[in-house]
Design a protein around this ligand. Sequence first.
Ligand code: DC
Length: 221
Amino acid sequence: MKKRMIIAIDGPAGAGKSTIAKSLAEVLGYTYIDSGAMYRAITLKIIKSGFSIKDIDNIIDMTLKTKIDFRNNNIFLDDEEVTLQIRSDIINANVSDVSAIPELRSIMVKMQRQISKDCSIVMDGRDVGTVIFPDADIKLFITASVDARANRRYLEIASKNTNTNMNDIKNSIQYRDNIDLNRKASPLKMANDAILIDTTNKSIDEVLEFALCIVKDKERE
Ligand code: DC
């Protein structure tokens, strides 16, 4: 029987992690889990509940009673599909603060391990290779310059005919980088045994091909 494989992909917002993670999972037949989407879903619930970010006791109590799951790459919060809602500006603006709450992170890490327990997975996020799965079979750290990340996000939003502004996008990326990198609880950092991939001047196909070579090498071990 084939061994259960865990591929951990970490890196800052907009570096191409989720595109690579999704494609890898599809090609390999693994389950894709977007750990950032789980923080987004809980942020949505906090906003809808009207809790302040400082209301830690209520936030923790609510999170413990929350069900988050994925079905066909769509995310469900207490059985309601929220795939699009969690990508809104208000969630973008609040999710880094929510995900910096240490007590909330430990509940989320348990949920993230539980959700992946029976299958081979590709999970992307900020602490997958350092905290959620320190023994992952493969760890990739995918990054790109702030300008390249802002430019990609700009093109993505503009392609949906939505009004957008490059400066706002860049500021929002830098704001989130700053919180993700400097928070006390499991800040974004590359695991010692992760492979660094800088996608600034690389196409998705190039990165995917490289990542697949790494997986094939690992499978041969
Ligand atoms: O990957 P994303 O932009 O959807 O992540 C949303 C937020 O969640 C981001 O501020 C970082 C945080 N996050 C985290 O702290 N740990 C993870 N494993 C995944 C995301």
